[in-house]
Ligand binder design. Structure first.
Ligand code: HEM
Ligand code: HEM
Ligand SMILES: [Fe+2]
Length: 473
């Protein structure tokens, strides 16, 4: 089908979305391998190590989300600023360079797996910092490519119209890119290493990425249900101030036990406990605007459609719920030091990690994939299809199922390994054999498969949706 997008920037966005979706698939496959190895440790023994499957799983996660985020900016930028993206040619070149680099890095992870653990490993194989394990050569390459992206965003915004959404994005993307540097330098003190590493991981997901999602939600509400700009942008500014207000010092919840001074207990407890507040605000914002816009249209008595992209909107609403549940509720559960001393590093952490990354980011970025499909195929009103409904249902049930399974496994660990047996070496192994733990991991694998089936429906829907007769073109 012919591409209906007028702006080169939006065509580039589609490329980013495509690679993002492929990496998402790779992420899930690696998760399934790792989850199988939890139950059957001999699975792929000496062929493909658990540590490698896990590493590729979470690095692919971060990279596909960054791809989808860059894609989202290139997608909305011409619409918000009213002009073609400045520097689009170099932007395209940067895309191919980055994708080639990512391919090499992933192949090295999978084929070489481990190195001699000296400087050459850091430079060529992996850096060993969870979530951002790219070897140093790729680290430097990423910085260069991201600089191109940041330049394009700034140059376009200065030249074109500066809306509130774009202004917030500019500040946010600069902070997001800058923070990456905190995870790049080497120190041989593990406490210091962790101290700085959290600047990337925590300040990404609990500050800059959340603000980014606020921008996407604002843009999506205007595009999909025709929400008024003054209203969504007012919310956006409030959310930004609250997110930064609690998110920055909320980092203290990672400084409880790594050798940092004890005052972090109080700081971390207070500010991270406040973090759910902006997430509630974002939730209320989406639901309120939805209700208001629908009511307005109904009140006018016109038959005009309130919603021009149902699958995207379904994912945006899932985001409002998921962000609140995964980050807000599951995060709050273990954020006080009095609780965290028992739950730290158990499967409970993993339960929160899954639901938060999924609820806060995967959902809204999948929503952006649908916006891209709509634009590319020139669809005026895009409705849900059987496949799109199967996708969202199975993926949500799957991830929620994994979260609940891991929460049960985690509580088993908390009770036996931490509370009863006092966190000894032996306690760890006893709890690993406990029936609740093993069954929890069994259910995680089963619900992981459900998630993967949902993903197949999603890909099918994204690829075929233009041909569906249920769309008004
Ligand atoms: C969308 C936002 C969020 C994402 C994507 C996210 C993700 C994660 C992930 C992946 C981890 C595990 C990190 C590791 O490997 O050690 C983690 C840890 C943690 N998160 Fe979040 N999180 C988010 C928001 C929150 C919020 C709002 C809170 C508190 C209200 C919170 C509280 C915590 C705590 C206390 C830990 C440490 C767990 C431990 O001690 O093992 N998170 N988060
Ligand atoms: C097919 C579905 C999936 C399966 C079977 C799966 C499995 C796994 C496994 C086995 C681990 C290692 C846990 C450990 O070391 O104890 C893991 C970690 C992780 N996965 Fe998944 N996963 C799946 C989907 C997802 C999705 C959809 C997301 C987010 C969007 C996600 C985010 C994460 C994160 C953030 C971690 C690190 C958690 C931590 O260390 O606290 N996974 N996953
Ligand atoms: Fe955090």
């Amino acid at each position: 089908m012919e591409n209906s997008l007028k702006f080169e920037s939006q065509k580039l966005a589609i490329n980013y979305f495509t690679v993002a979706a492929i990496l998402f698939g790779a992420q899930l496959l690696m998760g399934l391998i790792a989850a199988t190895q939890f139950l059957y440790p001999s699975f792929l023994f000496e062929i493909f190590d658990f540590s490698v499957a896990r590493m590729v799983h979470i690095n692919a996660l971060v990279v596909w989300m960054l791809y989808a985020m860059i894609g989202s900016v290139y997608y909305l930028l011409p619409e918000e600023t009213g002009i073609e993206t400045v520097g689009i040619k170099i932007g395209k070149l940067a895309f191919y360079v980055l994708t080639a680099a990512v391919t090499v890095v992933v192949l090295v992870y999978i084929l070489v797996q481990v190195g001699p653990a000296d400087e050459s490993t850091i430079w060529l194989i992996n850096e060993g910092r969870e979530y951002i394990e790219a070897p140093r050569w790729a680290d430097i390459g990423i910085v260069v490519v991201v600089l191109v992206f940041v330049f394009n965003l700034f140059a376009t915004a200065m030249k074109g119209k500066q809306t509130g959404v774009v202004t917030v994005l500019m500040a946010d993307v600069l902070a997001l890119a800058g923070l990456y540097l905190a995870g790049m330098f080497f120190t041989d003190n593990i406490s210091m290493d962790q101290y700085w590493w959290w600047w990337v991981i925590h300040l990404w997901v609990e500050a800059t990425w959340e603000v980014f999602v606020g921008c996407l939600a604002a843009y999506g509400l205007m595009k999909i249900i025709g929400a008024r700009r003054e209203v969504v942008e007012m919310w956006l500014w409030i959310e930004v101030s609250m997110l930064f207000g609690s998110g920055i010092l909320g980092m203290g919840h990672h400084y409880f036990w790594i050798g940092t001074p004890e005052y972090w207990w109080e700081i971390g407890a207070l500010f991270s406990a406040l973090e759910p507040v902006p997430l509630v605000a974002m939730f209320v914002h989406v639901i309120y605007d939805w209700g208001k816009e629908t009511g307005l249209k109904e009140g006018e008595g016109t038959h005009e459609k309130t919603m021009n992209n149902s699958p995207a909107f379904a994912w945006f609403v899932t985001n409002a719920f998921g962000n609140f549940l995964g980050a807000g509720i599951w995060g709050f559960f273990h954020t006080l030091p009095q609780v965290n001393i028992y739950t730290h590093g158990t499967q409970f952490t993993s339960a929160h990690g899954h639901l938060a990354f999924f609820g806060a980011y995967a959902t809204i970025l999948i929503g952006m994939f649908y916006m891209g499909v709509q634009g590319k195929n020139g669809i005026k009103v895009m409705k849900a299809t059987f496949d799109s409904k199967m996708a969202i249902t199975l993926i949500c049930i799957g991830v929620m199922g994994m979260t609940v399974s891991l929460t049960v496994a985690g509580y088993g660990q908390v009770l036996v390994e931490r509370a009863q047996m006092g966190a000894t070496w032996e306690a760890f192994f006893v709890s690993q054999d406990m029936v609740w733990f093993v069954q929890g991991l069994g259910w995680r694998l089963a619900t992981g498969i459900v998630t993967f089936v949902g993903f197949i429906f999603l890909v099918k829907d994204l690829l075929t949706t233009s041909k569906s007769p249920r769309h008004e073109i």
